[in-house]
Design a binder for this molecule. Structure first.
Ligand code: HEC
Ligand code: HEC
Ligand code: HEC
Length: 191
């Protein structure tokens, strides 16, 4: 074993023995405090609350103000075109089994999806409002949009890129009006 590796594993072993903490110095500092007492404040003082979690569009910058069309863009440098016009062209030919399975879970009762999307270019002028014209709650053929979109983005755990790359963040689609408390999902044309 190389000395560096040994030092690291010793440090790990020591912190396991001594208990949770970020370093030996901190352990020494808080040695006088009773076990479990938060580090920092004087003995007996309530712990300071942690800073607020940074939530995009709430207390942090919103990188996707137009929701769907802000994120589903063409990224030529990564050879990845996620625009809806490109997705629709693909689905007119063939729908990947993983996507079909997610859409099927939201499909109207008794409907087996065919795995081929009908022509829908007019919807590109207003996404998602244009999509919802066919994907309404009472549609007899198309999966209701809200459930299908949640299944696509929020299920599958670590195998879902929205869950990993974007941490399943609700506010990438859902926008809060801080003055009224109202939520909405913006709709806009593809760029
Ligand atoms: C912040 C980025 C982001 C936003 C906002 C977003 N998406 Fe997505 N979307 C993704 C990612 C990432 C995936 C790939 C998920 C996976 O790994 O299966 C995806 C997948 C999809 C798919 C399936 C694509 C395929 O071929 O498998 C559809 C359809 C879709 N999104 C529609 C929408 C709609 C409609 C909206 C707005 C209501 C939206 N997305 C908002 C990132 C986003
Ligand atoms: C003209 C009506 C119509 C419009 C507009 C429409 N869809 Fe669909 N969509 C359907 C139908 C019908 C199905 C079921 C197709 C099947 O049986 O596979 C479907 C299925 C899907 C599926 C599941 C994959 C598939 O093809 O089966 C996705 C994802 C989807 N639509 C996304 C969208 C998005 C995103 C938009 C807006 C950009 C949109 N749709 C606009 C009618 C429409
Ligand atoms: C990829 C985009 C997207 C993401 C991410 C997303 N939603 Fe949604 N959600 C929608 C859309 C589109 C609607 C329909 C909005 C409308 O009708 O105005 C909706 C509607 C809803 C509704 C009301 C309808 C219903 O199903 O009861 C709830 C509740 C909801 N979302 C919860 C969440 C939560 C919680 C998260 C995060 C864990 C989340 N959503 C993440 C797109 C998204």
């Amino acid at each position: 074993m190389r000395p560096g590796v040994l030092a690291v594993s010793l440090g790990v072993a020591l912190s396991i023995l001594i208990g949770p903490g970020t370093g030996l110095a901190q352990q020494a500092d808080s040695a006088a405090a009773p076990p479990g007492a938060p580090p920092g404040g004087p003995p007996g003082a309530p712990p300071a609350p942690p800073p607020a979690r940074k939530i995009p569009g709430i207390n942090a910058e919103d990188p996707f103000p137009k929701a769907c069309v802000s994120c589903h863009i063409n990224m030529p440098e990564q050879k990845l075109d996620t625009r809806f016009s490109t997705l629709l062209k693909g689905w007119a030919e063939k729908v990947e089994p993983g996507l079909l399975e997610k859409a099927q879970g939201a499909a109207p009762a008794g409907v087996t999806l065919q795995g081929k999307h009908p022509a829908a270019t007019s919807a590109l002028k207003d996404i998602p409002a244009g999509c919802v014209k066919c994907h309404g709650e009472t549609s007899k053929k198309a999966p209701p949009f809200t459930r299908m979109i949640h299944r696509i983005h929020l299920t599958g755990g670590d195998s879902n890129h929205f869950m990993t790359l974007f941490q399943g963040e609700c506010t990438h689609c859902h926008k809060l009006d801080p003055n009224t408390g109202a939520w909405s999902v913006p709709s806009a044309p593809e760029n």
